[in-house]
Design a binder for this molecule. Structure first.
Ligand code: NDP
Length: 246
């Protein structure tokens, strides 16, 4: 039993990237973890297999966060499977960095639906179950505070919304002993933002450190926020960005 032994966590978008890193890190501390995914069933099952091969408990649920009923339903699936819900990680998200006059209405709608609407509605459903000591961890972005390249207006709007949501909800849930925090990653090496991809040169120009972050580093921060040592941290947006926002 680690620091999160006996806890149940739901991580949206846990088949790849940051969500997979967080799921594996939470499980390593003893949490039973449900990951959701939209498309990558094999990758989600690989995350589950990695966790169970180390003696942990995990399962994967296909649920497109752009679909409200599918997304909200994952909360009840997690509760039914593991008997409760203690930690919600709203991670599923992304979006293309297209200038507003190029971005399609569908692209913009997707960003709003997945990054914002799913976060608030899955959280609302989770409130039916989260006990005292419960944790809500949103994955925002340093782009809420700093967007140094063109093309990120809709994306940074969505992540700014998450920072505001985090502050507002912390006020509501404080009396219930539930904390709400917002991890704001800078460039983290994933398929969304590869350290060798087309945007990498621009990213390196704005990093203070000379590298991208890793999903393991974001996972470690999520474990800290989920654990008892972070009991007095709520309403905070915490950057893990290699100085990108400095
Ligand atoms: P990836 O694209 O590497 O992984 C995204 C994950 O989310 C996958 O597991 C994917 O599942 C899932 N996902 C995507 N769309 C949906 C959907 N509609 N419904 C359910 N699941 C979905 O992204 P990252 O890991 O890089 O990003 C994760 C989060 O971190 C996002 O919110 C992103 O905005 C944020 N972030 C990332 C940064 C970075 O540099 N990487 C920096 C700052 C913030 P599937 O494969 O099945 O589609």
């Amino acid at each position: 039993r680690g620091a999160l032994g006996g806890k149940v966590a739901l991580v949206t978008g846990g088949s790849r990237g940051i969500g997979a890193g967080i799921a594996i890190a939470l499980a390593a501390e003893g949490a039973a973890v449900v990951v959701t995914y939209a498309k990558s069933a094999d990758r989600a099952e690989a995350v589950v297999a990695e966790i169970t091969s180390r003696g942990g408990a995990a399962s994967a649920v296909r649920a497109d966060s752009a679909d409200v009923e599918e997304a909200v339903g994952t909360v009840d699936r997690a509760v039914a499977e593991f008997g409760g819900l203690d930690i919600l990680v709203n991670n599923a998200g992304g979006g293309r960095l297209d200038p507003l006059d190029v971005a399609t209405r569908d692209e913009i709608q997707w960003i709003l639906d997945v990054n914002v609407r799913a976060t608030i509605l899955v959280t609302k459903q989770a409130l039916l179950h989260l006990p005292r000591g419960g944790r809500i961890i949103n994955i925002g972005s340093i782009n809420a505070d700093r967007m140094p390249v063109p093309g990120g207006s809709a994306y940074s709007l969505s992540k700014g919304a998450i920072a505001g949501f985090t502050r507002g909800l912390a006020r509501e849930l404080g009396p219930r002993g539930i904390t709400v925090n917002n991890i704001q990653p800078g460039p983290v090496d994933t398929e969304l933002n590869s350290s060798t991809g087309p945007l990498a040169t621009a990213m390196f120009q704005h990093l203070a450190l000379d590298r991208f972050g890793t999903v393991e580093e974001v996972g470690a921060l999520a474990v800290f926020l989920a654990g008892p040592q972070a009991d007095f941290i709520t309403g905070s947006s915490i950057s893990i960005d290699g100085g990108f926002g400095a």
